[in-house]
Design a protein around this ligand. Structure first.
Ligand SMILES: Nc1ncnc2c1ncn2[C@@H]1O[C@H](COP(=O)(O)OP(=O)(O)OP(=O)(O)O)[C@@H](O)[C@H]1O
Length: 251
């Protein structure tokens, strides 16, 4: 089983340290962890550090990945697609990732079914440069999922999507996490998405880890007040699911 453990992890840009002291229990296969916290707290910096794209103190322990398989994929917040490629070509390239460019029938079928699951089949032959922001975000999600990583880092993957698409994509990622036993770490601003789809919450505030725990234990009125500076609470809605209700910002 694949696992991910962070031990005193921080991120540095040049000599400037923007994140410190992120320590988690062992995060196990098939779980989704919401990485939450205010703007500029350090969520993307944590992802960049885990993905090996930034340096910093501490240790990122990844265990149990069979050799030859993709350990990790990182879907950044801004996927500025400027390459002269169609949607389908860009997903093929993501799937191959520098390996032989021979594409098997099975790989083509995988790509077709992923595009269908994301409901972007009709975009397959369109150029990336012709897509809307939300459509580009869906293609980025396809590119990260087609690699079948054991650990997927998704930085605000639904920020450009409409409500229907947000639910559809988060539901798909949740079911793939379960089916493929993939570890998903997902930065989210909508705490109801964290409560609805994730197991754990890793709270980052002011460049440090504030808390790690189950979403239900972690997302409460104290978090809203102390970390987000908003007055609000969590209640069970008419569907018997926990839901954040916001009242007003605190100054
Ligand atoms: N390349 C960089 N060089 C220097 N500082 C950076 C760099 N990237 C980010 N920072 C700084 O690091 C801090 C954390 O930024 P980060 O992008 O990790 O925050 P975030 O929690 O993802 O924010 P948001 O919710 O707004 O996306 C910020 O103060 C930011 O200005």
């Amino acid at each position: 089983m694949v696992s991910l453990t962070l031990e005193g992890v921080g991120t540095r840009y040049g000599r400037k340290q923007v994140l410190a002291d992120v320590t988690t229990p062992t995060i196990t296969a098939g779980t989704m962890t919401a990485v939450i916290g205010p703007n500029a707290a350090g969520k993307s910096s944590l992802f960049r550090r885990i993905a090996g794209m930034a340096s910093g103190p501490g240790e990122v322990h990844i265990e149990g990945v069979p050799s030859g398989e993709q350990a990790l994929a990182y879907l950044p917040q801004d996927t500025n697609a400027t390459a002269v490629l169609t949607v389908f070509e860009s997903v093929v390239l993501a799937a191959k990732q520098g390996r032989s460019l021979k594409v098997s029938e099975e790989e083509l079928r995988d790509i077709d079914s992923l595009l269908a699951a994301l409901r972007i089949t009709e975009l397959a032959s369109r150029y990336l440069s012709e897509l809307s922001g939300g459509q580009r975000q869906l293609v980025g999600i396809a590119q990260s999922l087609i690699r079948r990583p054991h650990i997927l880092l998704m930085d605000e993957p639904t920020s450009a999507l409409d409500l229907h698409r947000q639910m559809e994509v988060l539901g798909l990622v949740r079911s793939l996490a379960d089916e493929r036993q993939m570890i998903v770490m997902i930065a989210l601003h909508d705490l109801n998405h964290a409560l609805g789809y994730c197991d754990h919450a890793l709270v980052i505030a002011n460049g440090r880890m504030h808390r790690f725990g189950s979403c239900n234990d972690t997302i409460d009125q104290h978090l809203l007040r102390e970390v987000y500076r908003v007055d609000g609470h969590v209640e069970l809605n008419s569907l018997n699911r926990p839901q954040v209700v916001l009242n007003a910002p605190i100054y």
